[in-house]
Write a protein that binds this ligand. Structure first.
Ligand SMILES: C[S@@+](CC[C@H](N)C(=O)[O-])C[C@H]1O[C@@H](n2cnc3c(N)ncnc32)[C@H](O)[C@@H]1O
Length: 232
């Protein structure tokens, strides 16, 4: 029996860990990109999707945003709905920016890379938002399981994932292909209720086999914005 070796592969270059940020303590120490018009427009668009979700689910009062960054999206949502009880979870520098900008809501610093401790949080939230976050952590299972525990039958789990076509960073690459991700959520007792397209487009790579549920016109959406609810 022969041992096959991969020839001519510079693993260090191919799988560079330099930008692999889940364990970086200094994330959000530099926040220059937040001033860019394109980013502001993107947050505006995302806020409009969350607002549409709240309009469709008027019982929403308690909101939890995980991997919120410094809270830009939250402030746009709170401008429209200042009465929401809005909790955010991310890293220390994100909280620093949040506080320096006199932001509304309650910010919790937690390390979510391998698990999700519920200390200080409410027993239950009506809306949980994960905006381009789950693909960054080592243990999405622990996060999704905990979100299930922190939600009820009428709660909404709003998740945005980057399309692989925009070459984002992932811990588990194929897990975030459209069908695979919906299956992952299904195994954690969440069912897809709906999907919003993106206002930005990726390069046009062909469909892959794990995207059978994705409509043609959404193939090059920069992000997939998904609404999940408990299935049991
Ligand atoms: C791509 S950013 C998205 C941020 C924000 N949701 C937004 O849309 O601008 C991923 C976020 O996940 C957070 N994150 C990554 N690893 C984390 C960890 N181990 N614990 C807590 N937050 C983490 C980062 O700090 C960052 O804010």
């Amino acid at each position: 029996m022969g041992l096959f070796r991969i020839q001519h592969c510079d693993f260090e270059q191919k799988f560079s860990m330099e930008n692999f940020d889940t364990e970086h303590e200094n994330e959000w120490e530099h926040t220059g990109r937040l001033q860019e018009v394109a980013w502001q427009e993107r947050y505006e668009y995302e806020a409009s999707l969350v607002v549409a979700t709240i309009v469709a689910n008027p019982h929403i009062k308690n909101v939890l945003e995980i991997g919120s960054g410094p809270g830009i999206l939250s402030q746009k949502i709170l401008e429209k709905y200042p009465e929401l009880n809005y909790h955010l979870v991310d890293k220390p520098f994100a909280k620093k920016y949040f506080e320096e900008h006199d932001s509304k809501g309650t910010f919790f610093v937690k390390d979510l890379s391998n698990g999700f401790d519920k200390d200080g949080l409410l027993d239950s939230y009506d809306l949980v938002i994960s905006n381009d976050f789950l693909e960054h952590v080592y243990n999405p299972h622990a996060i999704i399981k905990t979100v299930y525990e922190l939600t009820h039958k009428e709660s909404v789990f709003f998740i945005s994932n980057p399309n692989w076509r925009m070459a984002h960073q992932y811990v588990y690459r194929g897990l975030f292909d459209f069908d695979n991700f919906i299956y992952l959520l299904y195994t954690h007792n969440f069912k897809l209720e709906g999907y919003y397209g993106s206002n930005l487009k990726t390069p046009a790579y062909p469909r892959i086999s794990s995207e059978s549920l994705l409509p043609d016109e959404n193939l090059t959406d920069w992000n997939h914005y998904m609404i999940f609810k408990h299935r049991i």
